[in-house]
Design a protein around this ligand. Sequence first.
Ligand code: SAM
Ligand code: SF4
Length: 337
Amino acid sequence: MPHVSLNDGPTPMYDSFGRHLHYLRVSLTDACNLRCVYCMPEDIIFRPASTLLQDDEILILLRVAASLGVDKVRFTGGEPTVRRGIVALVQAVKTIPGIERLTMTTNGIRLAELARPLAEAGLDQVNVSIDTLDPVKFRQITRRGDLDEVWRGVAAAEAAGLRPIKLNCVVTRGFNDGDVVELARLTLTRPWNVRFIELMPLGKVADFQQSQVVPSVETRATIEAALGPLALVPGHNGHDPAKSYRLDGAIGQLGFISSVTEPFCEGCNRLRLTADGRLRLCLLRDDEVDLLTPLRSGADFETLRRLMAEGAYHKPWGHRLEQHEIATSREMSQIGG
Ligand code: SAM
Ligand code: SF4
């Protein structure tokens, strides 16, 4: 069992495997303005707002997390920019002692209007999801998105200083596996980090996801065949799920996130908080700790701190996809990736 001290300083969280957990991904909502085929069923029903963490509840849980040594927070969703009051929330989180870095993963649709206020509120960086440069395919994959809006969002983020710009591309066979070359080509002329993510099976769309997965080795080979050899960027940080490469003469980088074929569980330093207030211990496992119920029943700071630390201690090791075990309790959109 972890020891949680009652003094005021942060007490680092470790799990039973000795991994130091100090990065929290917070899903601000399960709702989204897109319906990506690999992320959620088209007819998904979003949770009622009353069942989701309110701003003050998020701030309490983030203070608890910071007291346990969490120094990096990423807002995700659903789509985090559809949450009302997002700019004020960013500003409030930036005042929490110990939280040094606050970032966001977004589909970019609302960034054109929000990038500057978010940057002024203290947001440090954004990852924007973009799976293809083809507007027709983009609409197919997202079931409704307008690619131009995303590009306007990327430009606004760059102008607002939310750098380095990272673009996330989930590679889905039959949808965009041929588009990886044009996305990779962007790094020749732009200082961006374009990251290719293996499709992960989760929730109701798991069968689809499993049949469409493209291993990173294949994506790398497709890019190399078209654009030449990729050089591994030295000095890989063991906590970064992406392995970084560079095309000859490129000013940006390519990243490959191979969660399915080359899991990086050993370097995992993250926990997740779902929009309905559960501490999710591993993206691809259903183990969760309910923090919302104690929070709403009046649990004090130390109780929440103990619940979080004890939950973290039991973080499982790795997904069990080889054993055909798939986490089914939530869609990806309800966890935030
Ligand atoms: N709506 C935001 C967005 O799209 O960036 C944030 C939430 S989204 C769930 C976070 C990341 O997960 C995105 O980069 C998205 O492409 C990725 N993602 C969604 N479903 C996935 C899946 N089945 N496998 C791998 N990545 C997935
Ligand atoms: Fe929405 Fe992001 Fe999921 Fe696409 S990947 S449906 S944008 S939450």
